[in-house]
Write a protein that binds this ligand. Structure first.
Ligand code: ADP
Ligand code: ADP
Length: 223
């Protein structure tokens, strides 16, 4: 089943001499359960692509379908709810709530959506990410790498159909990074989750099912 489809995505910033074609006609689709790595040099359009796939910004041209829903057809409020139901985001800014502990941060999106928390799965995530003993800590008492892992746990906790991750291993040592990638791979196969992950690390990209290469806003390769 196709879980994600991008058709002729274009995103231009600025105008005239300052026109930047951050995305310049990108099309691809991803099956449910597929784990895709997006690679490319800095400025090639990776972050912009991820934002567009998540409906976080408007396109200059093109369409994104998530599970057969053309997201441009949703109102702003519908899109907010759709995103919360379907997509888990892992971005470089962690956006953890400072007055909530680790566990509360992780389960909040599930509670907001009125779903039941799968405590066993939360525990598995916490253990795999080396956070089991941090469950009741406040975010400010954690290191950057630990906060990053909490953000990953939060994105996974609701078992979203799609996980969009921007350098999820950026702040992590290589052992922890491999644990995180292993967890992503496990979870994608176990729940048929689709993962699109930006990475600068070629070794990490090799662990994905597929690699999409961007250059100057264009798809350079897809293998
Ligand atoms: P990457 O994630 O691969 O580093 P980005 O998607 O961040 O690439 O950026 C692609 C291009 O678009 C770059 O030239 C960047 O400077 C430009 N860009 C990204 N966001 C904006 C923005 N909000 N306004 C203007 N230019 C932007
Ligand atoms: P990354 O390290 O993931 O490539 P960036 O540092 O390129 O992220 O971008 C961080 C944020 O700044 C993004 O939301 C992007 O849209 C915005 N941005 C990137 N380049 C520009 C730019 N030239 N002008 C304005 N905003 C930009």
């Amino acid at each position: 089943m196709k879980s994600l489809r991008a058709e002729n995505l274009k995103k231009y910033y600025g105008a005239g001499n300052n026109l930047v074609k951050a995305l310049d006609g990108i099309s691809f689709s991803v099956d449910a359960g597929e784990f895709v790595a997006v690679v490319g040099t800095s400025g090639s359009g990776k972050s912009t692509l991820l934002h567009m796939l998540g409906g976080l910004d408007t396109l200059t041209e093109g369409k994104v379908w998530i599970e057969h829903q053309d997201i441009s057809q949703l109102s702003k409020d519908e899109l907010t709810i759709f995103r919360r139901r379907k997509i888990g985001f892992v971005f470089q800014s962690f956006n953890l709530l400072p007055l909530q502990n680790v566990y509360e941060n992780i389960v909040l999106p599930i509670q907001l959506d009125g779903q039941k928390v799968d405590e066993e799965y939360i525990q598995l995530i916490l253990e795999t990410l080396g956070l089991a003993d941090k469950k009741f800590e406040m975010p400010n008492n954690l290191s950057g790498g630990q906060q990053q892992r909490v953000a990953i746990a939060r994105a996974l906790a609701a078992k979203p159909a799609i996980i969009l991750a921007d350098e999820p291993t950026g702040n992590l040592d290589s052992k922890t990074a491999l644990d995180v990638l292993g967890l992503l791979k496990f979870t994608s196969k176990k729940w048929h989750q689709t993962i699109v992950m930006i990475t600068h690390n070629d070794d990490f990209a090799q662990l994905a099912d597929r690699i999409i290469r961007l250059e100057d806003g264009k798809l350079l390769g897809d293998d």
